[in-house]
Design a protein around this ligand. Structure first.
Ligand code: ADP
Ligand code: MG
Length: 238
């Protein structure tokens, strides 16, 4: 089980306030989507949740435990970025197993975990290939596979599909929804794609200028947008 709470999270870079006091509750196994225009602070918020960036003030709690001083490797989460750098000289199997190798996991155990993830992601026939022999969608699946083998209780996705073409994005959306069912994990997903937000989310968080404009289910936001900004972003007729 994995819940996440943000309590009055703020982040400044020098004089600039980038996140201005965010409160948010994410429930166990929820699929939460952050939307908002470029520069509104989505990635900064994700990096703070992941522990890659410290908050200027406020608290981050996972399962009720304060995480502020806990390093990224010990938060029980895994992050998939838009630019997923795979190691070009390593096979798919070694790319997926690399974090376990660093953690000292045995070769047999690594192989077992990689095979399990490869099965879920339909990467089994590709385990011996190098990244350059893969399509964009296959590479992105390897990046997701690297996250799965770590058994995270929370997945963080920061615009993972934005480098893919439209048809592949549709396919990957379906695969991610299936993954969410299959892994029973809590997922937080950043996108600026309104269709992705509306179709994938249990809960949408609309951000603007480092603040939350509105939180709600896709239907709540569509039918009851709090203001024109939310309506415009969600595409509701109001
Ligand atoms: P988004 O992901 O929503 O596009 P970001 O979180 O990347 O937005 O950025 C939010 C704001 O914070 C932007 O104005 C960006 O320029 C600024 N910012 C992000 N990271 C840094 C940093 N390391 N130093 C200074 N400013 C930053
Ligand atoms: Mg971003």
């Amino acid at each position: 089980m994995a819940t996440l709470q943000l309590k009055q999270i703020k982040k400044s870079f020098g004089e600039t306030d980038v996140i201005k006091g965010v409160d948010l509750d994410v429930n166990d196994k929820e699929f939460v989507v952050f939307v908002g225009p470029s520069g509104c602070g989505k990635s900064t918020l994700m990096r703070m949740i992941a522990g890659l960036e410290s908050a200027t003030s406020g608290d981050i709690l996972i399962d009720g435990q304060r995480m502020n001083e806990v390093g990224p490797a010990d938060r029980g989460l895994a992050m998939v970025f838009q630019s997923y750098a795979l190691y070009p000289h390593m096979t798919v199997e070694d790319n997926m197993g690399f974090s376990m190798r660093l953690a000292g996991v045995s070769k047999e155990k690594r192989r077992e975990k990689v095979l399990e993830a490869a099965k879920i992601l339909q990467l089994e026939p590709l385990l011996d290939r190098k990244p350059k022999a893969l399509s964009g969608g296959q590479r992105q699946r390897v990046a997701i596979g690297r996250a799965i083998v770590r058994n995270p209780s929370i997945f963080l996705f920061d615009e993972p599909l934005s480098n893919l073409d439209a048809a592949l994005r549709v396919q990957m959306r379906i695969e991610l929804a299936r993954l969410h069912e299959e892994l029973d994990a809590t997922m937080i997903y950043v996108t600026h794609d309104q269709i992705e937000a509306m179709t994938m989310a249990d809960k949408i968080v609309v951000l603007q200028g480092g603040e939350i404009e509105q939180v709600g289910s896709p239907m709540e936001l569509y039918h009851h947008p709090r203001n024109r900004f939310v309506a415009g972003f969600i595409g509701s007729p109001k």
